[in-house]
Structures are given as structure tokens and as C-alpha cells.
Design a protein around this ligand. Structure first.
Ligand code: NAD
Length: 495
């Protein structure tokens, strides 16, 4: 589609910002709404329901009733599979609309909303649908006079609280395994990006997910989010977001009914390039492409780049040559690869970190400015700092914007020590042609995922999650079922 036709579609768009509870679109009980502003150009996309505790009570009651009468949990895995696959197909069929909503809501380029966000969401729903009737339970090797069954049962009512950086994908990583396992789900999207979650609810109903089984409550974190985390009748919470809020979620779970609380949190991932890296051009392209993808708003963005001192100048020269490729553009232009920062608050945060880099003594080699101001949206140049020290703010804190910090090292031991010197542990990478060094380094890095000679390896078949303060949960893969099921043992006496 041309840029003009995407803009025409955007202008004609009718937003339905009502919540989805018990199979129906409804405004919040309080009638409170909030304006949904687009970071693309600052336009008001429409009013969205501002749900709070009263709406959470309604949604939990609807979800609980649906779980208890087994309208979904009682279906065979093969039946749930068929519905989830239909859901995936509908996501794909409505891909252009969903992609447009995602781009307008959070600013990412339409090119990626279509090719990445829509496709990954559909793939995730399809994969868990396909998986659920292929997972077997166990019989324990007990004595002859007994039979001990080890079975998995749905937890019950699952609340999924998700961030704004990949609104649909983050939602799918939670709702797909939770629904496949037979749970009832309440999804709370970020107040910054509620639109695709609401459309997913319509499509879920159309696909055949019974009313009450999947509910969507837009609203603020301290209102709808906290009410879910504190609710006495929510059995499990799947949270993706900042480490700060993740800690609050765990506290609220403990303060209420000790609901199972799974957290997927922030990161400050290290990308280590050794002098014996097998392909420097590839390492440069990967380092730059990965940090600037999604405007740097990725939890696993390799924001700390450690380059061995002997190749650093050469590496930086090649990296600087690539920076213009990521010049921010109109997110509705299919040629754009870097879009808008999600909102004015995040823009201020990112610009604050850029300032901290400059005043903290790092050397700004490229970018650092807000651009496209005339658009009314929020855009930041891809930014590269050299001569960064591990103690600087920009090397310690998650920026969640298009800012790369380059550090150097002389020995791999020193690089690993610095890479691990962070409260986070989401991802890391090492580039070397020495297989022993690669394996030893991968073992030494304290991160949920370590890449060797690449950074972008990603597939629904592998777990995604962190060590340390990057959280305790794992999204994706069959392991995600562990979060949304209880393990039951049934002892049967024989004879
Ligand atoms: P955030 O923590 O501010 O918000 C995440 C969600 O929590 C939102 O829906 C928000 O409304 C809700 N929330 C906020 N305060 C709450 C409260 N008191 N009680 C209950 N819910 C509350 O995070 P964000 O800014 O939306 O997202 C960015 C963060 O998410 C980054 O730190 C990023 O690294 C992280 N993230 C992690 C992963 C992962 O898989 N590890 C993936 C994507 C994003």
C-alpha cells in the first residue's frame, strides 16, 4: 500500500475504545475515559475506557463463571486447537487493520507492524493451538500396587498485564498458552497502546472463544492493573513490563491471595565482539540493526556494545556509516525503518539519558537530537556514544530508546565481568571464531538467552525470559504452559 493510502485509511479509522467484558463491548462502570494520542503526529485517535476496580470485579466474575462452568476448560484440547487456529487466521485476515492500529498507537513503522507484529501474533496463537493436543501427562514409576498420575490442569483465572512496545505480540505470548491450556483470561494492555488488544477481543469472539473466557480491560496501571494484581479471585498473573512495576506486582500478589506471579522485565543486554569475530560486517549490521529496531524500545535491545580494543576504531567507523539508514521517518511510509517514540513522557526520558551521556563524559559520535518536530509526533535520531564507562548512567540504566553505548575491553574475562555487572540478565551475545571461547563465554554470561555470532535468533519454539531482575518467567515455547497450569498428583490404590 502507498503512504497516501495508509494515511487515508488512518483518517477514516473508527476507533472503538470500549472494554470487552463477558463477550460484550462496554464502557467502564464509572464512564471515565482517556484520550488516546498517537505518537506519529500527536492526533487524538479517540476515547478509551478507563477501567478501574469495579470493572476488574466484573471481568473477574465473568472469567470465573466461564471457568467454573467449563464452557472452555471443558472442551477437548482438539476443540480448543481448532478455535485458536481460527483466531490466528482472523488475525492474519485483519492484518492490515491491526498493523495500522499498532503503528498509530505506538509509532512503529507500518512495514514491521505488518511483517513482524501481525505475523508473530498469528503464529503464536496458531502454535499454542497446534501444541495443546500434543502434550501428554505422566504416570510416575511407583510400586505395583499403586498408580500415580501427574497431570496438568488450568490454573483458573489468569490476568495478563502487558507493555506498549510490542502490544500484540506481548499479549499473544501470554493469552495463547493460557487460553490453550483452558484458562479464562483478562488482558490489560498498556494505557499507551490499548487498540490492538481490543480488536483481538472481537476476533477471539468471532473465532469461537466463548463469552467470559477472554476479557480486555484498558486502563491505567495503578487503577485497572493494580486492581487485578490485588484481586483475591485472580489465580495467576502474567506480567511483562518494567522491573520497577514487576517488583510491585510480586508484592501485590503476596499481599493478596499469593496468586502465581510471573514477571518478564527490563534489560540492559551486553553484546561482546571479540577481535577474532568471524565476520565484522555482519557483527556491525547486527549490533546496529538490533539496537535501533523498534526505535530501541525492545527489552532485549543490545544497548551495551563491548568491542575488543584492537578492532574498536574499525568497528565504530563501519557502525557510523550505517546510522543514516535508521533516520526516523513517517511510520506510515513502507520504506521507513525507524518510527516514533511511544509518547512525550518516553521522549523526555530518552532525551534525558542522552543529556546524561553527554554530561557524564561519554563521547557523542552520532545522533542525539529530537527530529521531525513539525510532524507533531516524537522522533529521536539513532544515537551512538563512544568511550562509555560501566559506571556511567547510560551504561547502567535501561534507556528504552535508540541509544547505543560503546565500551571496550582487552580480555574476554574483563568483558564478561562488565557484562554481568548489572541487575538485569535478559540477553547477551558473544562474537568469536573460537568455539571454546564462545561456549565458555556463553556459560559465564548470566542471561536467559545468549547468542553466539548473531543477535536476532528468535522463534516461538524457544523460551524467552531473564535471570536476576529481568524477571522469573519464560514466555514462548512449551515451557510457557508451566506458568498457566497447576501440576496435580493423583494416587490410586490398586487391588
Ligand atoms: P510498565 O512497567 O510501566 O507497564 C507495564 C504494564 O504494567 C502496563 O500495562 C501498565 O499499565 C501496567 N502497570 C503500571 N503500573 C502498574 C501497577 N502499579 N500495578 C499493575 N500494573 C501496572 O512498563 P512499560 O513502560 O509499559 O514497558 C516497558 C518495559 O517493559 C521495559 O522495562 C521493557 O524492558 C519491559 N519489557 C520486557 C519484556 C520481556 O519479555 N522481558 C518484553 C517487553 C518489554
Amino acid at each position: 500500500m502507498t503512504t497516501t493510502s495508509w494515511h487515508a485509511r488512518a483518517s477514516a479509522l473508527q476507533i472503538d475504545g470500549r472494554a470487552f467484558i463477558g463477550g460484550e463491548r462496554v464502557w467502564s462502570r464509572s464512564e471515565q475515559r482517556f484520550d488516546n494520542l498517537s505518537p506519529v503526529d500527536g492526533r487524538n485517535l479517540g476515547a478509551v475506557a478507563r477501567c478501574d476496580g469495579a470493572d476488574v470485579d466484573l471481568a473477574v466474575a465473568a472469567a470465573r463463571a466461564a471457568f467454573e462452568d467449563r464452557r472452555w476448560a471443558g472442551k477437548s484440547p482438539a476443540q480448543r486447537k481448532r478455535v485458536l487456529i481460527r483466531f490466528a487466521d482472523l488475525v492474519q485476515q485483519n492484518g492490515a487493520e491491526l498493523a495500522l492500529l499498532e503503528t498509530l498507537d505506538m509509532g512503529k513503522p507500518i512495514k514491521y507492524s505488518q511483517s513482524v507484529d501481525v505475523n508473530s501474533t498469528a503464529n503464536c496463537l496458531r502454535w499454542y493451538g497446534e501444541a495443546i493436543d500434543k502434550v501428554y501427562d505422566e504416570i510416575a514409576p511407583t510400586a505395583e500396587n499403586s498408580l500415580a498420575l501427574i497431570t496438568r490442569e488450568a490454573v483458573g483465572v489468569v490476568a495478563a498485564i502487558v507493555p506498549w512496545n510490542y502490544p500484540m505480540i506481548m499479549a499473544a505470548w501470554k493469552i495463547a498458552p493460557a487460553l490453550a491450556a483452558g484458562n479464562s483470561v483478562i488482558l490489560k494492555p498498556s494505557e499507551k497502546s490499548p487498540l490492538t488488544a481490543l480488536r483481538l477481543a472481537d476476533l477471539a469472539l468471532e473465532a469461537g472463544i466463548p463469552p467470559g473466557v477472554f476479557n480486555v480491560l484498558p486502563g491505567y496501571g495503578h487503577e485497572a492493573g493494580a486492581a487485578l494484581a490485588l484481586h483475591m479471585d485472580v489465580d495467576c498473573i502474567g506480567f511483562t513490563g518494567s522491573t520497577k512495576v514487576g517488583k510491585q506486582i510480586l508484592q501485590m500478589a503476596g499481599q493478596s491471595n499469593l496468586k502465581r506471579a510471573w514477571t518478564e522485565l527490563g534489560g540492559k543486554s551486553a553484546n561482546i565482539v571479540c577481535a577474532d569475530c568471524p565476520d565484522i560486517d555482519n557483527a556491525v549490521a547486527s549490533a546496529i540493526g538490533s539496537i535501533f529496531f523498534n526505535q530501541g524500545e525492545s527489552c532485549n535491545a543490545p544497548s551495551r556494545l563491548f568491542v575488543e580494543a584492537s578492532i574498536k576504531d574499525q568497528f565504530i567507523e563501519k557502525a557510523l556509516a550505517m546510522m543514516p539508514d535508521f533516520t526516523p521517518g513517517d511510520p506510515l511510509d513502507e520504506a521507513t525503518v525507524m518510527g516514533a517514540i511511544v509518547d512525550a513522557t518516553q521522549l523526555k526520558t530518552v532525551m534525558g539519558y542522552i543529556e546524561a551521556g553527554k554530561t557524564g563524559g561519554a563521547s557523542l559520535l552520532s545522533g542525539g537530537r529530537q527530529v521531525r518536530n513539525e510532524s507533531g509526533g516524537f522522533y529521536v535520531e539513532p544515537t551512538l556514544f563512544d568511550k562509555v564507562d560501566s559506571n556511567m548512567t547510560i551504561a547502567r540504566e535501561e534507556i528504552f530508546g535508540p541509544v547505543l553505548s560503546v565500551l571496550s575491553f582487552d580480555t574476554i574475562g574483563e568483558a564478561v565481568e562488565q557484562a554481568n555487572a548489572t541487575p538485569y540478565g535478559l540477553q547477551a551475545a558473544v562474537w568469536t571464531a573460537d568455539i571454546s571461547k564462545a561456549i565458555q563465554t556463553a556459560r559465564a554470561l548470566r542471561a536467559g538467552t545468549v547468542h553466539v555470532n548473531q543477535y536476532d535468533g528468535d522463534d516461538i519454539t524457544v523460551p524467552f525470559g531473564g535471570y536476576k531482575q529481568s524477571g522469573n518467567g519464560r514466555d514462548k515455547s512449551l515451557h510457557a504452559f508451566d506458568k498457566y497450569t497447576e501440576l496435580k498428583t493423583t494416587w490410586i490404590q490398586i487391588g
